[in-house]
Design a protein around this ligand. Sequence first.
Ligand code: TYC
Length: 102
Amino acid sequence: PQQHYLDGPIVQEAKPRLQKPQLYKVILLNDDYTPMEFVVIILERFFAKNREDATRIMLHVHQKGIGVCGIYIREIAETKVRQVLAFAQEHQHPLQCTMEPE
Ligand code: TYC
């Protein structure tokens, strides 16, 4: 690129972002064994929900079988899914969590 020493450098993004990134829904699945309180704690800890919202989402999943806990870019969504599955395993609950494109 041409240098304009008098005017100062021409700054250009290396990779101009013309498109919004694909977003992913992180999804919780219901099961018969994971305690309600444990699901609420997951929503507070990994999805930054307050107790009221966490309880609402947990009850939605409990009643409908499935529910969205958050929407993120791919890397963040992947991390959330991994964190939830690891935490559930650690506590020997069968809680399932997955992601899908929005
Ligand atoms: N169905 C569970 C129970 O009755 C509670 C639960 C809610 C489990 C949401 C998983 O993603 C879930 N203890």
